[in-house]
Each structure stands twice: as structure tokens, then as C-alpha cells.
Design a binder for this molecule. Sequence first.
Ligand code: ADQ
Length: 462
Amino acid sequence: MGRLIGVSNRTAADPNARAGGLAVALWDALVSSNGTWFGWSGRTVDEARGIEMFSDDGVDFALVDLTHEEHERFYLGYSNRALWPIFHYRTDLANFDDEDFAGYEAVNHRFARLLSKQLKPDDVVWVHDYHFCLMGEELRQHGFDGRIGYFLHIPFPAPEVFRTLPEHTRLARAMTAYNLLGFQTDDHRANFERYLLEFAGGRKNEDGTISVHGRTVRLKAYPIGIDVDDFAALAEKDKAREASSRIGKFLGGRELVLGVDRMDYSKGLPQRFEAVGRMIRDYPDLHGKVSYTQIAPPSRTKVDEYAELREQLDQLSGSINGDHGDLDWIPIRYLARSYTRDELAGLYRIARVGLVTPLRDGMNLVAKEFIAAQDPHDPGVLVLSHFAGAASQMPEALLVNPYDTHEVADAIYRAIHMPLEERKERWNAINETIREKDIFWWRQSFLHDLGHIDVDSDIAPV
Ligand code: ADQ
């Protein structure tokens, strides 16, 4: 296999971003193939410039600035006001704007032009996520015939929902320029397959590939994982213990129910707060005995819906605490800031219940980190939404419908009272799964499959 070229909107050029999932996954593969990580520099500028190249710790970075206009149209606009809500089934929150789509096309086009100048014929390109649906087709148009894979980190919705996007035909057609498309779950894969077969004139071949628009594409699920050993070790470090002990002082012997999420409407935070409110009403024996702590740093604050969510959470937690709190107890503690990975690991470890209840989520790595950080002799219990991709790998979690506040309240209650033996059994089963399908398995299986595709037979001229 030739060089690996990773393409993603944000890269790990910032040393602070190197502990995250994608950085961990791509790093050694890039180092060992002398590869390059291509993406946005994170800067917005007045006028577009070329690529900035540099090496750091054995990885080459090729970064491109966005102009203010591109950032508004491509990133805030089409990516986060149209694709993100639609792919998370929030047709009510989507904003369709022709100029946003034009900006999205223009950035995919400009980035592909810049990247194509760097490519050699035997390079293997791995494009990530919804910002770059059009990248594969653009690279083909710039004459690159090599292997291009794509991994979608967020859900691919049911065709009925995908088709609400005015540009669905164009997007799906462009996505068929990739040789291999990876999804988080088999449901997401099946959604895209159904779209291609029912709405794009595709045909399924005996070997499982799909012929469409004169090309052959492969669709497969590769559930993303974490570096389990690394995360388990973090939970034992001084920084983690310090965080455990700080929150331990606050808890004063109460059980910790913990949520950790980016502040995003897909994560189901208002519904989760409501469920905790219900639990307190339905189970008076828990009064003063549990503390629900939610960590949720604001994200994408320039998109209106995100700012509104913040207000809604402030209001909801205030009213639940006002109604049910007491002189020495508040039921909901909500911290709108981020913590380091070590600190999070320490918090996960002493939580009795991990609450991961997104309304939709591609995978959800918090669920996996929570499991990895537990003490095997006294593990906590994961309450997990059916609608997180992670649920397809974790039947042993307490699976809930995040919209059903009764069900979530009952599951938290059950988790708090679960006997040690049952907790261990459930934890062992999930831990085994996440160890087997960890971040390295994810990368290797995707790149193995991509590397074994006979590209010459795949692509009819675009
Ligand atoms: P995200 O929507 O960002 O990612 P998720 O997978 O849960 O969702 O989290 C990513 C990382 O952010 C985790 O490592 C977590 O520890 C960290 N994080 C979350 N809240 C934090 C906080 N309060 N402070 C500090 N760190 C925090 C997208 C998709 C997911 C998919 C991932 C990876 O939406 O479904 O799992 O990509 O493919």
C-alpha cells in the first residue's frame, strides 16, 4: 500500500487534540506510511491562501485556511445547519440555503484541487465525515484514480429523511465516487444501501457490492472504538484520582449519576434532565442519596439552536433543583465546561451510573470510555440510548428510549440498586466487546478492506 492520506475537517495539528479518537487511530498509520493529514487549519482569514505544510512528531500536515465567508457557508451553514440536523433526524431544525450549499461545494472543490496536487497514483486517501461528502468525486474530477475510502462518523438517516435535503441526489451521487464507504452501524449502512437501490437506480451484486452511476461501491459497518488499555490506565493516574477525590468530597457518600456530552441537541440533554426530575418525583427514597452531575461544554455557539439549548438547560436544571432540592442537596449539578481526559476518566470511575441517552448518535465514545474506566471489582452501570450506534454492540447495557422519561427514570433506579454480581456480569461482557473492537481494530479493518479493492475494475470514467 502507498502513503495514507487522511482528510478531515479538524486535524490533530493542535497537540491538545491528539488524545482524541481519530488522532489515536490515524497517527501510527500515517507515521508508518510516511503519510499526510490534510484538513482545515482551524483559522479563518480574509483571503484564501494555499496549503501550509509542516511535520510534527513524524506526521506531515497539510492545512488550509477557510475564509470568513467559507467558514460561515461551508462549516456553520451547510455542514452544521443542514447536514448535521438532517443526519440526526432533526428535519425541524434544518436550514436549507442555496448559498450555504454553494459554499459547501466550493470548499470541497478548492480543498480537492489543493490536495490533488499532492497526490501520487498509489496513495490511499481516507476521507472523514459529513464535511466532505463531495471530496471523492472532486478528486476523481481532478484525475485521481487511486483508492479513496470514506468514513461517516454520524448516522446515515433513513432514505425518507435523507430525501428532505434538497441536494440529496447530488450528495449521494458524489458519495458513490468512493470505493469504500464505512458506517458506524449496520443500520446506517442499510439506510444508504436502500437509498441507492430505491432512489438512485443502484443494483446489488452477488458479492454484496453495489453498481450505481457506472461505478462499483462497497458499503460496510466499522463501529469506531477507543484505546481501551490507555483509557483504563488513565483512570488510575494521579490526575484522575484527584478528580475522583474532589467530586467525592462534594458527593459525601451519595451515588454519582454522571453524564458527559458536548452540548448538542442530538445528545438528548433536556429529555435527560426531565427523566432525572421524574425519577426524583417517582422515587422519594432517592432524595438526598444520589447526585446527577452533567458535564456539557458548549459547542458551535454561533449556531442559534446551540445557544437556545444552553438557555433551555439552565432553565430546566434551575426549576428541577428549585422544586426538589434541599438545604444540603441539589439533584442536578450541571457544569458547562470541559475537563481533561484524565479528569473525565476519574469521574467515570467513581460514577455508579453512566447516563448516555442521545436522541441520535453515530456511535458515542463516552459510552465506551465509561466502561473502560470502571473498577472491574466494583463496576458502575451504563444506561444507554437505543439510538446511539454503541447500543448495537452493547446489549448488556440498560438500553432505554431517551424520549421515554419513565423508562429512563426506572433504568437509573434499577442501575443504582443493581447487585454487584449482575453489575460485574454486564460490565465484563461489554468490556470484552470494546476490547475486541477497539480503535486499532477499526482502523486496520477499514484500511485492510480499502487496500484490497481492485480499483481498476471499479471506476467507469466520471
Ligand atoms: P461527538 O458527537 O463529539 O463525535 P462522542 O463520540 O460522544 O461524540 O465524543 C467524542 C469525545 O469528546 C469523547 O472522547 C469524549 O470524551 C469527549 N467529550 C465529550 N464531552 C466532553 C466534555 N464535557 N469534556 C471533555 N471531553 C468531552 C462524533 C459522533 C459520535 C462518534 C464520534 C467518533 O457524533 O457519534 O462516536 O464522532 O466517531
